[in-house]
Design a protein around this ligand. Structure first.
Ligand SMILES: [Zn+2]
Length: 84
């Protein structure tokens, strides 16, 4: 399952923006309009981009709570539901 961080990296990679050592900042996430922090919709754990899994219901979940079929496996999959 992709995390917010994975999606952000993949979006920038697609746009030709390279992040040395896969480092991204809150400003990068803001630019991509992805959340830096959030909470799991199921167990209410605090989440940051690297462990927040966007689900098909539109809520964030932690990697323990998100069932494999609730998350996205590919960027294409994610964008199909979340394109603007
Ligand atoms: Zn959870």
């Amino acid at each position: 399952m992709l995390t917010i961080f994975d999606i952000a990296l993949a979006l920038d990679r697609q746009a030709g923006i390279v992040h040395p050592d896969d480092r991204m900042t809150g400003a990068d996430l803001d630019r991509l309009r992805l959340p830096m922090f959030g909470g799991c919709a199921i167990c209410e754990a605090s989440l940051a981009a690297f462990n927040a899994v966007p689900t098909r219901s539109g809520f964030l979940a932690c990697e323990d709570c998100a069932s494999p079929e609730a998350g996205y496996e590919t960027l294409v999959d994610f964008l199909a539901d979340n394109a603007e």
